[in-house]
Design a protein around this ligand. Structure first.
Ligand code: NAD
Ligand code: UDP
Length: 339
């Protein structure tokens, strides 16, 4: 297994994974429609690895475009990151989310099987658990009521892939349920570059720290948690990228269909994250308590022991490291990838 096609490979998690793949000696073919990324990422990848990736500006819903890529490149496996990812936006634009995430995945799978490429690693999310029935969350934890169309698309994409693998055992599918990816490449050359006002906690905090936003709005301090603010399992994007390399070895071992949580197993509250970030950047982060955000759960953190047992994977970076790396990226690139 040498040649890996990465959909959404210029995005936040995708770009870090492309670097990890190139460093590990794989060949990377990137398909991205640039709806939430910048071509500058290609230069950064080249700078970091000294290697060139083959890039195709193609939308995964574009069958003819995908056919062109698969005709030119004989890929051994697809790592499928491409998708829309804002929980809140999905409530207002459900059609766009089902079309892009579910529709795009259906087209991608169809083209893959036409060209005999039946190996996929899929970016799923802890969002599929809804309000978790148990903490920490194991992979056996039932999928709860999905809180928004985004979570629903992730759950549907998982189901489609499971059914396809069941019907045709030539497929190997690894579903990776990410917890909360944060941090950036240690070089400060790659990181998260949200368009507009960030939805997620860490990019919001980094933009407060750099002075682009005046203060952090903390969504609720009346949850049933020790300090009343929401608890999440933050995981370094580099650890996440490494999880995909481990998943590739499962695919190579003809694993069938497998599901893994990728988290650290430790939850931190919003207030704790603010304090860690202050330590990382040496500045005060002003904040204000606001009402709870619609669709938020009180606490969500992983039991990552299955990934340790079967993938030999474990997160290496602690929370302070994650904050320091996020800050280095923001500080070096105040406008993200835009000059
Ligand atoms: P991102 O938006 O940075 O990256 C996604 C990439 O896919 C972007 O480069 C975008 O241009 C591209 N893309 C979107 N729709 C496309 C399409 N139809 N055709 C081709 N390219 C398309 O997001 P990310 O944070 O890197 O997330 C990657 C994946 O991981 C997503 O599927 C997301 O749902 C999932 N995920 C992310 C998080 C998170 O908090 N970041 C958590 C859990 C799961
Ligand atoms: N959060 C917050 N202010 C923000 C963004 C997020 O207080 O501007 C809180 C949110 O309520 C949750 C935690 O931070 O408790 C993580 O939110 P994020 O959107 O990053 O991840 P998700 O909710 O998708 O797990």
């Amino acid at each position: 297994m040498k040649k890996i096609l990465i959909t959404g490979g210029l995005g936040y998690i995708g770009s870090h994974t492309v670097v990890a793949l190139l460093d590990a000696g794989y060949q990377a073919i990137v398909v991205d429609n640039l709806s939430n990324s910048d071509k500058e990422v290609l230069n950064r990848i080249k700078e970091l690895t000294g290697k060139q990736v083959s890039f195709y500006q193609v939308d995964i819903r574009d069958r003819a475009g995908l056919n062109h890529v698969f005709r030119k490149e004989t890929c051994d496996c697809v790592i499928h990151f491409a998708g829309l990812k804002s929980l809140e936006e999905s409530i207002y634009k459900p059609w766009e989310y089902y079309d892009n995430n579910v529709g795009g995945t259906l087209t991608l799978i169809d083209v893959m099987r036409e060209y005999g490429c039946k190996n996929m690693i899929f970016s799923s999310s802890a969002a599929v658990y809804g309000t978790p029935e148990q903490l920490p969350i194991t992979e056996e934890c039932p999928k709860g009521e999905r809180m928004n169309p985004y979570a629903q698309t992730k759950s549907m994409q998982e189901q489609i892939l499971m059914d396809i693998q069941k019907a045709d055992p030539d497929w190997n599918v690894v579903l990776l349920r990410y917890f909360n990816p944060i941090g950036a490449h240690k070089s400060g050359l790659l990181g998260e570059d949200p368009q507009g006002i960030p939805n997620n906690l860490l990019p919001y905090i980094t933009q407060v720290a750099i002075g682009k936003l005046p203060y952090l709005k903390i969504f609720g301090n009346d949850y049933d948690t020790p300090d009343g603010t929401g608890i999440r399992d933050y995981i370094h994007v580099l650890d996440l990228a490494n999880g995909h390399l481990k998943a590739l070895s499962r695919i190579q071992a003809n694993c069938g269909c497998e599901v893994f949580n990728l988290g650290t197993g430790t939850g931190y509250s919003v207030l704790e994250m603010v304090h860690y970030f202050e330590q990382a950047c040496g500045k005060k982060i002003p904040y204000q308590i606001e009402p709870r955000r619609l669709g938020d759960v009180a606490a969500c953190f992983a039991d990552p022991s299955k990934a340790k047992r079967l993938l030999g994977w474990e997160a290496q970076n602690g929370v302070l490291e994650m904050c320091k790396d996020a800050w280095r990226w923001q500080n070096k690139n105040p406008n993200g990838y835009k000059k």
